[in-house]
Design a protein around this ligand. Structure first.
Ligand code: NAI
Ligand code: MG
Length: 368
């Protein structure tokens, strides 16, 4: 099978970390397996604005739609601080998310044993941690109407945000979570607040109904979102997949991230609807971090988040779980060998740059 990948390095360290992904792609293509990659690259963010006056072009969006997966670096930087709001680098990412209808945001929280001491939590709580948070990304209170600040008769102001979910929106995110659980630990926690929110009542009801066709092999637990936040700190390893709405997911995924250490380690995926006939989903994979202007162009960025994002693309868009496992093993291996980029540096370890970290991961892959 040939997989079509669109590479969008973007700005700042996105360019450096994507270069390391390209070396891994070249390695897989040269290794003569049944799977190969056909890659194309394009500009996005500030780089696209400089070239075209737009943070993303129509042609780029069309290429993204036609690809099996988009691998995205990061966008933004001080150079574009004064460009018109509609053309700011982040607008490129927002347009891609919207046009590809990427409604499911997957944020894994993985704690590599070698980094367990860098976690905000105790080693025994996080060592070997592997949680997947599935956040609904295109609905809920961030988008619901009315959304306004109005001045009342007495001169006070009133701010309104509207939490709004439909059966359709809840069902499709629940399916993503249950399908994922089948490829992992077969357990889903659905987090909402049905005790105080109508949207929580509907969420719980629809997730329960959707679960019926997965009940033979996937466990479902309902959990109140505030309790979920508490349990993530108390005993994070009790979770496998957590599915939740846009707002709770924003908070819970950042909370879970701190169990794992550095921003430079965190990958993510955003998935769209499955095609009725082929089952194919549009998908964009990206590190959680931004373009890090403070270290850009200095060979100091940690490439692991972007490499791990490519690993997620292999697992969820290319049907290459075996190779995705190899990438995870290679990352765990170089960390166990004591190699560290500056952001995850610890006493007694060996500090390396972006390209040296990439080389070490490649070398591990060759031996696995
Ligand atoms: P940032 O994530 O770029 O950097 C925050 C801090 O973490 C910096 O000190 C940076 O050096 C460090 N850091 C981040 N990733 C790292 C890595 N891979 N290796 C080592 N250190 C790393 O967030 P910040 O500074 O708030 O934003 C910088 C620019 O990036 C802004 O223009 C912002 O809008 C943009 N941004 C873009 C995102 C995206 O493309 N998805 C997400 C977040 C921010
Ligand atoms: Mg956030």
């Amino acid at each position: 099978t040939t997989h079509k990948l669109l590479l969008l390095p973007g700005d700042g360290i996105g360019i450096e970390t994507m270069a390391e992904v390209e070396r891994i792609i070249a390695f897989f293509n040269a290794s003569g397996g049944a799977n190969t990659f056909e890659t194309e690259s394009d500009l996005v963010g500030g780089a696209a604005y400089d070239a075209h006056g737009l943070a993303v072009t129509d042609e780029c969006v069309a290429k993204a739609k036609a690809s099996d997966a988009v691998i995205f670096g990061a966008v933004g930087g001080p150079k574009w601080a004064d460009v018109p709001y509609a053309h700011r680098p982040e607008a490129g990412l927002l347009r891609l998310r919207k046009d590809l209808d990427l409604f499911a945001n997957l944020r894994p929280a993985i704690c590599y044993p070698a980094l367990a001491d860098a976690s905000s939590l105790k080693r025994e709580l996080v060592e070997g941690l592997d949680i997947m948070i599935v956040r609904e990304l295109t609905g809920g209170v961030y988008f619901g109407e009315p959304k306004e600040i109005v001045t009342m008769e007495d001169g006070q102001k009133r701010a309104v945000d509207t939490q709004l979910y439909t059966t359709y929106e809840i069902e499709r995110i629940a399916k993503v979570a249950f399908d994922l659980a089948r490829k992992r630990g077969n357990k889903v926690h659905s987090a909402e607040k049905h005790n105080v929110m109508k949207s929580g009542v509907l969420w719980k009801e629809v997730v329960t109904e959707t679960h019926a066709s997965y009940a033979s092999d996937v466990e479902l637990h309902h959990i109140l979102a505030d309790n979920c936040a508490m349990q993530l700190v108390r005993q994070p390893k009790q979770f496998d997949v957590i599915v939740t709405d846009n707002l709770f997911g924003d908070v819970l995924s950042d909370e879970a991230a701190m169990a794992t250490g550095s921003l430079g380690m965190l990958p993510s995926a955003s998935l769209g609807a499955a095609d009725e006939k082929t089952g194919r989903r549009m998908a964009l994979y990206e590190p959680v971090h931004g373009s890090a202007p403070d270290i850009a162009g200095k060979n100091r960025a940690n490439p692991i988040a972007t490499i791990a994002s490519f690993g997620m693309a292999l697992r969820y868009s290319c049907g290459m779980s075996e190779q995705a496992d190899l990438i995870d093993k290679a990352i765990a291996g170089v960390l166990a060998d004591g190699l560290r980029t500056g952001d995850i540096m610890q006493p007694g370890m060996t500090e390396v740059g972006t390209s040296e970290m990439g080389s070490a991961i490649l070398k591990k892959l060759e031996t696995l």
